[in-house]
Write a new protein. Structure first.
Length: 119
């Protein structure tokens, strides 16, 4: 049986790439402390963002030990005119891995992640 995860493009697929989400978050935060997360697509190599070739959405999930991943946010960027960079505020009670997914209308779904520890 095919699995959706098998077709998600990992950050290692092509090295520096215009589709890999760059996730910026603190390496550690205090339990319950509010912090910012920024996800940028095309940080190193700009994505064209035309009507024909664009980033449609960015989604963020948090995976914590012993729990199923939690959906944190979805940003619908629409075709062409939005720059594929989002910043949002969140908090954690336990250490987590933050996963960012993005969908390019031509090249599919890409992912990247960062770990956030609790002090």
């Amino acid at each position: 049986m095919a699995r959706f995860g098998d077709i998600i493009n990992p950050p290692e697929k092509e090295g520096k790439e215009k589709h890999v989400p760059v996730v910026e978050a603190p390496a550690s935060v205090k339990r319950g402390e509010v912090f910012q997360v920024t996800v940028t697509i095309g940080k190193e190599v700009p994505h064209p963002n035309t009507i024909e070739h664009h980033i449609k959405w960015i989604q963020v999930y948090a995976a914590m030990e012993g729990r199923n991943p939690v959906h944190i946010a979805t940003f619908d960027l629409g075709p062409a005119f939005a720059y594929p960079k989002v910043t949002f505020t969140m908090k954690l009670e336990n250490k987590a891995t933050l996963f960012a997914l993005e969908y390019c209308n031509i090249h599919g779904v890409w992912e990247n992640s960062v770990n956030v520890e609790i002090e």
